[in-house]
Design a protein. Sequence first.
Length: 167
Amino acid sequence: MAGAVVGERCVLGQGCFVAARVRIGSGCRIQNHVSLYEGLVLGSDVFVGPCAVFTNVSRPRVRFPRNRSQYEQTVVHDGATIGANCTIVCGHTIGEAAFVAAGAVVTRDVPSRALVAGAPARVIGWVCDCGATIAKGAEPPQGPTACPDCARSYRRASSGGMERADS
């Protein structure tokens, strides 16, 4: 729709809808049947699986319609993956390179490089930028952690997620 911004090298699958004022960074891949409603901001290189759902009103009521100023913002940071059939409840942030497993229901913020699954989504591990699991469990590892696939190194971030240690 008018006012939407779609970055370079993006791929939008069949049956996608992009509302006014949605921002999509460069290199994103949005699979089939995904609706991106006002209030959504996708960083660069974000993957959104088929039939994922993003909301923009936490208490929708037909008899009490919202105006645009009441839409809640959802931010998905660079490199994140949103699996097939996920529901992302509005007003939350999904951190850099986070991985939301297929079918998860996100009802709170997701830290950078967290692997979340379930309904509601819970942190079950930590992932590398390449997608490989680097640690299991709800808490990020204490010390430096290397990816078994690509050897990138990570450490616990002050924000509660994981950050690159080798950059």
